[in-house]
Design a protein around this ligand. Structure first.
Ligand SMILES: Nc1ncnc2c1ncn2[C@@H]1O[C@H](COP(=O)(O)OP(=O)(O)OP(=O)(O)O)[C@@H](O)[C@H]1O
Ligand SMILES: [Mg+2]
Length: 261
């Protein structure tokens, strides 16, 4: 930490070339301030997942740096890298729950890195952690489902379990990669509202890739857009108009009829 003025996330000249030669990111630079809800936009293949994965070092970028709260994370190895991952919660499109385990066990697993317990000690999780996990489930609107198997829940409910697991982790940062893309459109707001509440009420910084423009303008406080691995636009939701849409998605693209412009 370098004090209160450090950006939550600072990405500088980030580049990623996959083995085999595909360039997924090129000279991407931007900052995310603490408490922002940043949406990452762009067509399929534009590099959104690659960017999020480089930030928590699921991928090693081939060029550039990422600082999180002032600490350069692109240089971390071993236990320092594991500690970084404990500070960042990840919410994936496909939920990534352990399907055969209970909802409560899935939520408790979010506390593993923080409380330095081994997975084999899950059965003896302290009562205080269990109570926190039950409270997290209540918070995402799933009281009484703690003992259900994870795969007995609907997609929207499973993603809310993933949000509760993120909450248990007490992260500094949430990275969400298309968190509602697998869900029925009618359920998307339910999950987004819970992610929004972590941002607004807990003050957590959120980086979230999203396809739906109506969700982007409803939940994000700032937007960045990638095109072919390059950052082509950044601004606030109120500056996002039809012209910007075409710049990002191409002249032939049409916004969905419900996106409000
Ligand atoms: N493991 C990989 N190996 C090689 N190339 C990859 C790999 N993962 C992604 N790519 C390539 O990198 C580019 C960016 O992919 P990425 O998955 O980051 O895009 P995206 O914006 O997340 O797309 P989507 O909206 O479909 O999820 C694409 O050209 C993709 O084919
Ligand atoms: Mg992706």
């Amino acid at each position: 930490m370098t004090g209160g003025t450090a950006a939550a996330v600072e990405v500088r000249d980030l580049g990623m070339v996959y083995p085999g030669g595909i360039r997924a990111l090129e000279s991407v630079s931007f900052e995310v301030k603490e408490g922002e809800f940043l949406a990452v936009l762009g067509l399929s293949g534009s590099g959104k997942s690659t960017l999020l994965r480089c930030i928590n070092r699921l991928l090693d970028p081939t060029e550039g740096t990422v600082h999180i709260f002032g600490e350069e994370v692109t240089a971390l190895r071993g236990s320092a890298l594991r500690r970084l991952r404990c500070r960042i919660a990840m919410i994936f499109q496909q939920f990534n729950l352990v399907k055969r385990q209970t909802v409560l066990t899935n939520v408790l697993s979010g506390a593993l890195g923080r409380s330095r317990l081994l997975p084999s000690l899950m059965v003896s999780f302290p009562q205080a952690e269990r109570e926190r996990a039950v409270a997290a489930l209540e918070r995402v609107g799933l009281p009484g489902r703690a003992d259900s198997r994870a795969d007995a829940l609907s997609g929207g409910q499973q993603q809310r379990v993933a949000v509760a697991r993120a909450l248990m982790q007490e992260p500094q940062l949430i990275l969400a990669d298309e968190p509602v893309a697998s869900l029925d459109p009618a359920l998307r707001h339910s999950v987004m509202r819970h992610i929004e509440s972590l941002n607004r009420e807990e003050g957590l910084t959120v980086l979230c890739s999203l396809h739906d423009i109506d969700l982007v303008t409803r939940y994000a406080t700032r937007l960045i857009a990638l095109r072919d691995g390059q950052l082509v636009w950044q601004g606030s939701p109120s500056n996002f108009d039809q012209k910007t849409f075409k710049e990002i998605y191409g002249q032939d693209a049409e916004p969905a009829s419900n996106s409000g412009y």
